[in-house]
Design a protein around this ligand. Structure first.
Ligand code: PEP
Length: 243
């Protein structure tokens, strides 16, 4: 199966710069070896759908609402994202869990809403440095996976992706050792398969860049990468996609 490289632009770019980056990436990345997904901010999504026409990049969103229609002021419907041509959606990123206080029930509801709208959820899980030092990594990850996938059915869907993103590795320049990440990916795949009755993809995120990406992609059970800062640089991101 192809690996998948996902760019999370977060809220780092202006509207104008988002469109410029999308145009440059479309020009630079042709026929990528891996599936390549860019996740711009919501306002840039519609014009980027047009920019990406005829190209090889796929589109993701960074978040979605917990249902597809209704009285939910300020939220963005997964169904509307699908209507525009978005294929993937990041759910439960640690920044949303910590800063916006997204709880496990909300992440579970968003996962179900995304699947109902035929989007592929990319569910982020990860332990803090303190939890890691206390030897609680697997326990924390398992709790996050179980709650996110509670009563989730992927039989008629294109699947789910779990992104393993240790919080201490996000934006710190200190990624996990690929060999250690591989072991955690094996664990996450096995646990997710027990819950879903199906194999899913697990990707790694946290301080991946042009210099270390190959080491992660060489690991058998790391099915791809979720990339923040390094995805904002055209040359660097394009070089990772080519690996
Ligand atoms: C992220 O926040 O999803 C992420 C992986 O960021 P960075 O690559 O900058 O560590």
């Amino acid at each position: 199966m192809k690996k998948i490289i996902i760019a999370n632009w977060k809220m780092q770019l202006s509207f104008k710069d988002s469109l410029i980056l999308a145009k440059e990436l479309k020009k630079k990345i042709k026929n990528p070896k891996n599936d390549t997904v860019i996740c711009p901010g919501f306002l840039a999504i519609a014009p980027i759908v047009d920019i990406l026409q005829g190209g090889d990049l796929l589109l993701g969103a960074q978040n979605c609402a917990l249902k597809n229609r209704g009285a939910l002021t300020g939220e963005t419907s997964p169904a509307t994202l699908n209507e525009l041509g978005v294929k993937y959606v990041i759910i439960g990123h640690s920044e949303r869990r910590l800063i916006l206080k997204e709880d496990p029930d909300l992440i579970n509801a968003k996962t179900k809403a995304a699947l109902a709208a035929k989007l592929i959820p990319i569910i982020c899980v990860g332990e803090t440095l303190n939890e890691r030092e206390l030897g609680q990594t697997k326990k924390v990850l398992l709790a996050q996976v179980k709650s996110a996938l509670k009563e989730v059915n992927i039989k008629n869907s294109s699947g789910i992706i779990i992104a393993y993103e240790p919080l201490w590795a996000i934006g710190t320049g200190e990624p996990i050792i690929p060999f250690e990440a591989e072991a955690i990916h094996i664990f996450l795949k096995a646990e997710a398969a027990k819950i879903l009755g199906k194999k899913i993809r697990v990707v790694y995120g946290g301080s991946v860049n042009g210099s270390n990406a190959a080491q992660f992609l060489q690991e058998k059970n790391i099915d791809g990468l979720l990339i923040g800062s390094a995805s904002l640089n055209v040359q660097e991101f394009a070089s990772i996609v080519k690996l």
